[in-house]
Design a protein around this ligand. Structure first.
Ligand code: TZP
Ligand code: MG
Length: 235
């Protein structure tokens, strides 16, 4: 199972203009920016590009995979099981995409599958199905990045989902408004006490704009990663 500590979901429309030090083709700046983020400590990448389709999406995903392979970082494709299959990538689906069970049938036992979860009830369904390797829990906070946002959970809502997850082996990352200023509260308030006496805490932080919109993606990723890795240990 990969290390989910810093999960970067791409969003090319959020990228800043290339700096003057960048001399490559403008359309390739996305890849140079991604590579910096990987150097800074991103551990998992998801291609999520809502405004491209068809051959263009496939090409973005293919080139993203080349960069991720170089850093030995797993790549998830958002929504598009066909593209995940074609490129031998992992796949992330939301509640209204293809059902995780079908995604598993199509991708086989070795692929990793992630599912978005907004409520304890949705978390329970994912656990009963037994197909997903991890869940993306959110949105924790408000965000401009996603249209048609589900109800905002806040750290308490995320903790309720983690309580349902309990001691399950399914990993959990948090998404939605995760930035260096929100992370301290997230890390302090989300661990869910378990009947056994321990805590169920997050396995990682998922971000779009905190990295995608940064002019210094390596520094941004390093800061996020360090904040997560420094989190207090729960008994
Ligand atoms: N799913 C729930 S919130 C969100 C997604 C894809 C967007 C998160 O973006 P940001 O910029 O990290 O708030
Ligand atoms: Mg989706």
């Amino acid at each position: 199972m990969p290390n989910f500590s810093l999960y970067y979901v791409t969003g090319r429309s959020l990228l800043p203009p290339p700096p003057s030090s960048y001399t490559g083709p403008k359309e390739d700046y996305y890849l140079a920016h991604l590579e910096q983020a990987l150097k800074g400590g991103v551990t998992v990448v998801q291609v999520r590009e809502k405004d491209v389709d068809g051959a263009e999406f496939l090409e973005v995903a293919r080139r993203t995979k080349e960069v991720c392979d170089k850093y030995d970082v797993p790549l998830f494709i958002n929504d598009r099981v066909d593209v995940a299959l074609a490129l031998k990538c992992h796949c992330h689906v939301g509640q209204t995409d293809l059902p995780a069970r079908l995604v598993r049938q199509l991708l086989g036992p070795d692929a990793l599958i992630g599912v978005s979860v907004n409520t304890p009830e949705e978390m329970q369904v994912v656990m009963d199905e037994g197909v997903a390797d991890y869940v993306g829990v959110g949105p924790c906070f408000g965000t401009q990045t996603k249209k048609n946002l589900n109800p905002i959970l806040g750290p308490r809502g995320v903790r309720a989902v983690l309580e349902t997850l309990g001691e399950s082996e399914i990993k959990a990352v948090i998404i939605g408004g995760i930035t260096p200023s929100t992370i301290p509260n997230v890390l302090a308030q989300t661990p869910a006490p378990l009947p056994s006496g321990g805590y169920r805490a997050l396995d990682g932080l998922a971000v779009v704009s905190a990295i995608a919109a940064s002019t210094e993606p390596e520094t941004a990723a390093r800061e996020l990663r360090e904040m997560f890795d420094r989190k207090p240990a729960y008994p």
